[in-house]
Write a protein that binds this ligand. Structure first.
Ligand code: SF4
Ligand code: SF4
Length: 376
């Protein structure tokens, strides 16, 4: 289909520009978090886009209307050309957010990145207790380095977000996460119950909290939000398995976010490669604008035409867009069914039962994220 034909086939709601670009600069990472959202089949360094290719992609993204650039991975600071990429973002007018595990950062590197125009830093933490944090990341002394890096971020006057992926093996530290964010002078704390894709799905039984723990965490966050209003913004992401309605995954398929993998594949979401029957274009072969507007993968689940019942006639279909396609496929075997997180899905009760059973069982050992584990 030509780009023009594809455009004319779009509903007006889908024609808006993407707001955000998630640039997975690499899948290399020194940490091995068992809930990592990277695919099990990690991309190797040999296939990574060159500096020039990334600079061109950022120029194309700005032209397309993207506003925010999330520099992610893997660990984006392993790329020696990160300064060039940040400088290009500033030059073409993209707000740049560095999403980092921070264990490889030095104060000098951070100063250089700030001098090249970096706008924001997001640091992920595994726990507030150093021993447990390092155990979960499978990396010694990582927690101490993260705290040091967070201090540099604030000392350089950059805004700081802390990201706290929450699961059964750190949920008891939630109050301490909030205290720590306040102490470090973060502007934002993401209390993000783990979403079960990629490595997290592989480790689901080791990560799943109980419903009671989730409810208590919601109450704790609500109290902290009231207490810290105007000081700290706290985002709260609930686990789908205990929800009654799904989230509008990525704000709706092909509606606001573009994800580019280290090798240049353009995805509507980071887990989209788990779905069958999708053809992903690569920025090496096709302009980003054409891919956004007309590629088969972006068109497939955009809007509402693809929906089956109960979504097709549901009053919420343009609010949550049927939830997550990857979760629907992973649990039901059909990507065009309602997300099983929805209580209108015939799979909903079985979905919730899985969580109940796994949370009530003894946690198995983690399968840590690594190329070797992926190969196994
Ligand atoms: S979640 Fe952990 S392993 Fe995955 S990229 Fe982030 S820091 Fe690395
Ligand atoms: S039936 Fe579909 S559109 Fe309606 S709430 Fe459930 S997932 Fe959303």
């Amino acid at each position: 289909m030509s780009v023009e034909a594809a455009v004319s086939a779009q509903s007006a709601a889908c024609l808006k520009a993407p707001v955000g670009l998630l640039a997975e600069l690499t899948h290399r990472c020194p940490l091995q978090c068992p809930y990592c959202s990277n695919p099990l089949a990690l991309e190797g360094v040999a296939g990574e886009l060159s500096t020039e290719a990334w600079l061109d992609v950022l120029a194309q993204a700005a032209e397309l209307g993207v506003l925010q650039l999330h520099l992610s991975g893997g660990e984006p600071t392993v790329r020696r050309d990160l300064e060039d990429i940040v400088a290009q973002a500033a030059k073409v007018g993209l707000y740049s957010n560095l999403i980092t595990a921070a264990v490889l950062l030095t104060r000098e590197r951070l100063e250089r990145l700030a001098a090249h125009g970096l706008d924001h830093v997001q640091i992920s933490l595994q726990d507030t207790q150093a021993a447990n944090a390092d155990r979960i990341a499978h990396y010694q002394n990582g927690h101490a380095r993260k705290l040091e890096a967070a201090g540099w971020v604030r000392a350089l006057g950059l805004p700081l977000t802390l990201n706290a992926p929450i699961h059964r093996q750190n949920i008891s530290s939630l109050a301490q996460f909030i205290d720590l964010a306040e102490r470090l002078g973060a502007q934002r704390l993401e209390v993000a119950h783990v979403q079960y894709y990629g490595w997290a799905l592989r480790n689901r039984a080791a990560l799943m909290p109980t419903r009671e723990q989730v409810l208590r965490s919601a109450e704790l966050v609500a109290r902290a939000r009231a207490r810290l209003k105007g000081i700290l913004v706290i985002d709260f992401v609930v686990p789908d398995y205990y929800a009654r309605r799904p989230k509008p995954c990525m704000g709706g398929w092909g509606r606001g976010i573009i994800n580019i993998t280290p090798s240049g594949k353009v995805l509507p979401c980071h887990a989209a490669e788990t779905l069958p029957g999708l053809a992903f274009d690569n920025v090496r072969d096709r302009p980003l604008r054409d891919i956004w507007l007309g590629s088969q993968a972006f068109q497939k689940y955009r809007g509402t035409d693809w929906m089956r019942e109960p979504c097709r006639s549901c009053e919420f279909r343009e609010q949550d867009w049927g939830g997550c396609r990857c979760q629907a496929f992973a649990f039901t075997g059909a990507a065009d069914l309602a997300d099983p997180a929805c209580n209108k899905s015939s799979f909903h009760n079985a979905f919730a039962d899985v969580a109940r059973q796994e949370a009530a069982s003894e946690a198995p050992a983690f399968v840590f994220r690594s190329p070797r584990a992926a190969a196994r």
